[in-house]
Design a protein around this ligand. Structure first.
Ligand code: FAD
Ligand code: DHB
Length: 392
């Protein structure tokens, strides 16, 4: 089999890249390790930046996102029992976010891919990348025990943090920057109507908590926990008690309870591998970088990467030269590092660290006070939260 671009991974990065390339008349094959159901049901991120919404719109896959996604013009920061609203829209010059689950984006993109008729191969095992330094790279893998090979011009490594693409770069080429946090998030999805129509990020002496949602019937909630937290130790009652305690407000607001539909623990890590290109391989999304989820940036960065990559490949195949391909890593890393800093900053401001001294506690409080009372402080938070414009 031959194609122009072989894409490893059918997460948001791989699927959107395939779709943007299709719209530019460029052929691709997407190879995914899991089955379709797994891809469509994996609960992960939920906040789409303005630029992500615009990108999905421009790509013609935004119809359901507009119908079912929830527009949000603000978020709330809760500390010392009081909620403080950050007016994202007013503070960012009219930009805002939309709450729409990552798995819904993935469903829309899989539907678009199937409609395009271009190949999307699920349940591929033993995926391996070859010849990245030369002019004729290829992918090999197996489906139902049968060996397959795809020859291509370029490989897009969109296979997430635990994928094989990054590891296919020879030792010593990538420079890795990493920070592992001493906590994780215990996330639940509850069959309960959200009791507020904005997200609440809470800094509480017992740890961080986040109130979010997926629809007008489903609430999404997170609790800071130990990195190796044993889910079995968390009964439903313990989860709700902890949520009510950490999200307690002077005005009596609290999340609605309901049956817990799904639960999981997400480790927290900052990670960047530079450069995001090696020979004919381009890394995109979590394959190249990870942020702690506090700033809601992970999926948005994946979308931004493939937007840049699709434009660069379109220029290449359209006879407009390889300047954009040459600049891919530098272009993406500028945005990546802004999001790395922002996600680290939000994480540091909102979580309890084991070694927090009273001095550090006061600094956290002062920072929260500043961003919720100073327009300049609020603008910094808002501009980053809604996402910086692409400028392409
Ligand atoms: P992924 O979504 O990871 O997609 C990679 C795809 O590649 C997957 O489908 C995988 O099966 C496939 N793959 C992997 N290895 C191979 C292989 N060898 N061969 C073929 N295919 C392969 N971000 C937020 O902003 N908020 C959140 O609440 C949040 N929660 C998260 C919870 C978890 C458990 C995780 C892991 C991440 C979370 N993130 C969150 C981050 C966000 O979901 C990611 O940034 C986003 O999924 C990145 O998209 P991606 O396409 O780059 O990678
Ligand atoms: C959600 C996840 C986040 O990481 C975040 O910052 C806000 C919302 C969510 O899953 O809804």
């Amino acid at each position: 089999m031959r194609t122009q671009v072989a894409i490893v991974g059918a997460g948001p990065a791989g699927l959107l890249l395939g779709h943007l390339l299709h719209r530019a008349g460029i052929d691709s094959v997407i190879v995914e390790r899991h089955d379709r159901r797994h891809a469509e049901e994996r609960i992960r991120a939920g906040v789409l930046e303005q630029g992500t919404v615009d990108t999905l719109d421009e790509a013609g896959v935004g119809e359901r996102m507009h119908r079912e996604g929830l527009p949000h013009d603000g978020i709330e920061l809760l500390f010392d029992g009081t909620r403080h609203r950050i007016d994202l829209k007013a503070l960012s010059g009219g930009r805002s976010i939309r709450v729409y689950g990552q798995h819904e984006v993935v469903k829309d993109l899989i539907a678009a891919r199937l409609e395009s008729g271009r190949p999307l191969i699920f349940e591929a095992t033993d995926v391996a990348l070859h010849g990245l330094d030369g002019r004729t790279p290829s992918l090999t893998f197996a489906v139902d025990g049968e060996e397959r090979r795809i020859d291509c011009d370029y490989v897009a490594g969109c296979d997430g943090f635990h994928g094989v693409s990054r590891g296919a770069v020879p030792d010593g080429v990538l420079k890795v920057f990493e920070r592992v946090y001493p906590f994780a998030w215990l996330g639940i999805l509850a069959d309960a109507a959200p009791s507020l129509d904005e997200l609440v990020y809470a800094n509480h002496p017992s740890g961080f908590a986040l109130f979010s949602m997926r629809s007008d019937k489903v609430t999404r909630l997170y609790l800071q926990c130990e990195p190796d937290e044993d889910l079995a130790a968390w009964s439903d009652a313990r989860i709700w008690d902890e949520l009510h305690e950490r999200l307690a407000c002077d005005d009596g607001w609290t999340p609605n309870e309901g049956p817990i539909l799904q639960r999981g623990v997400t480790p927290m890590r900052s990670f960047v591998a530079e450069p995001m290109r090696h020979g004919r391989l381009f890394l995109a999304g979590d394959a190249a970088h990870i942020v702690p989820p506090t700033g809601a940036k992970g999926m948005n960065l994946a979308v931004a990467d493939v937007r840049v990559l699709a434009q660069a490949l379109a220029a290449h195949y359209g006879g407009l030269g390889d300047e954009k391909l040459a600049a891919y890593s530098t272009t993406c890393l500028r945005r990546v590092w802004r999001a790395e800093h922002y996600s680290w900053w939000m994480t540091s401001m909102l979580h309890r660290f084991r070694d927090n001294t009273p001095f550090m506690d006061r600094l956290q409080r002062s920072e929260l006070d500043y961003v919720t009372s100073s327009e300049a402080g609020g603008r910094m938070l808002a501009e980053n939260y809604v996402g910086l414009p692409f400028g392409d």
